[in-house]
Design a protein around this ligand. Structure first.
Ligand code: PMP
Ligand code: GLN
Length: 403
């Protein structure tokens, strides 16, 4: 195969292929394969081990048996679009028109990819925070736009006002936000969202707000979508997914809501990527979105308990941890245990003591001579979306590092 193909050039520029032209696997696929190979406790890739609500699963089975197996409409079944609109109203008081302001996608991944490919290209800049979810950098690279980042720093993994002002400018076409944040578990403080919305308005940029962890917010806090901030709704595409809320990461049902003209632009790309997706799962997700508050409260309290279990275990094993306000993840530093190079330690820990985590550097840009990394090279991301017994076994193994 010719390595001069345009997609290859774009992919190489985006760091998606090695020097020999081979396609690089994602860090999640690589670390899950290592976990399987070594029988390690997988606290790496963020997927739950337990199934989601039975009525949601049953609904998908019934749909397949009932013949819902052909192409759904391009924007998604009306029933799911209505349920998404109801959900935005019920939880956040946001009004979206299910006919024109909602698009169902193949997971949040496609919603993000189609949004970026629709709105940014060569000569444009796309801003994200750093660390960032890996697919953002890959798709920005494929779009031909330049990736500019706003560093997040501890404590609290927040940006600075100066960092926001420096990153957003006249070339900025899109600003990708992600709160609750993967990989750090932080929630973007309202004053930073306000500053980013004001900068977006000044430079006429679109905000793509990735809110896949919207129902995983802890300690009594509540999620606040970017679109609810003054002046934001008219320029914000809100992205979410069934994956995390209903523990169905393999279904790949996501959605994007926002102004009709922006949704139309995203649809223009989505229809050539996958055309449509997941017919029998769409009604099931609609059912899930309409579940009682008790389901959403139960999910939150289960995950909070697991967060606390893993946090206590990591501290006990000798890690220094950052507080998690939302998401599936805890950032932990093992320097005191001699784990100063997280990329190397993550691979070593998979073998002995048999626990998989993700090096935080996978969510940052490559550093090099004269380029200091923004993401700490000694930090690891651990996922707690696992049964208590799995977390306990992971912790038990990690405790052997102290000896
Ligand atoms: N955004 C973030 C922040 C994520 O963590 C993930 C994956 N869990 C996605 C997007 C992709 O979601 P999906 O699996 O629905 O494509
Ligand atoms: N979002 C998941 C994580 O951060 C991984 C999803 C994937 O493997 N693409 O762990």
């Amino acid at each position: 195969m010719s390595t001069d193909a345009p997609w290859m050039r774009a992919a190489r520029a985006a760091g998606l292929v090695g020097a020999d032209g081979s396609v690089r696997t994602t860090i999640f696929a690589e670390m899950s394969a290592l976990a399987a190979e070594h029988g390690a406790v997988n606290l790496g890739q963020g997927f739950p081990d337990d199934d989601g609500p039975p009525e949601v699963l049953d609904s998908a089975v019934e749909a397949i048996r009932g013949g819902v197996n052909q192409y759904p409409p391009g924007r998604g079944f009306a029933e799911l679009r209505a349920a998404i609109a109801e959900h935005q109203q019920r939880f956040y008081g946001l009004t979206v028109d299910p006919a024109t302001e909602v698009l169902v996608t193949a997971g949040a991944t496609e919603a993000i990819a189609a949004s970026l490919l629709a709105l940014a290209g060569s000569g444009d800049e796309v801003v994200t925070v750093e660390p960032f979810y890996d697919s953002y950098a890959a798709v920005i690279g494929l779009s031909g736009a330049r990736h500019v980042t706003i560093p997040l720093s501890e404590p609290g993994f927040q940006p600075s006002a100066a960092g926001i002002d420096a990153a957003i400018g006249d070339r900025t076409r899109v600003i990708v936000l992600n709160s609750p944040h993967n990989p750090t578990g932080s929630i973007l403080a309202p004053e930073h969202v306000e500053r980013i919305v004001a900068a977006a308005a000044r430079h006429d940029a679109v905000i793509v707000s990735d809110e896949v962890y919207e129902h995983l917010v802890y300690d009594g806090a509540r999620h606040r979508p970017t679109a609810t901030f003054a002046g934001a709704a008219a320029r914000t595409l809100t992205v979410s997914s069934a994956a995390k809320t209903f523990s169905v990461t393999g279904w790949k049902i996501g959605w994007v809501t926002g102004p009709a003209a922006l949704i139309e632009a995203v649809l223009g790309v989505k229809q050539w990527l996958t055309y449509v997706n997941g017919a029998p799962f769409q009604g099931a997700v609609a059912r899930g979105l309409r579940l009682d508050d008790s389901f959403f409260d139960g999910l939150r309290s289960t995950m909070q308990r697991r967060r606390d279990l893993l946090a206590a275990g990591l501290v006990d094993a000798g890690f220094t941890i950052a507080p998690t306000a939302g998401s599936y993840f805890i950032v932990a530093d093992g320097s005191r245990l001699g784990l100063t190079d997280a990329a190397a330690s993550a691979r070593a820990l998979a073998v002995d003591p048999g626990v998989v985590a993700i090096p935080l550097s996978a969510f940052g840009r490559a550093s090099g001579p004269g380029v200091d990394p923004i993401v700490s090279p000694s930090a690891l991301r651990f996922a707690f979306c696992k049964p208590d017994a799995v977390i306990a076994e992971g912790v038990r193994r990690l405790q052997s590092l102290r000896r």
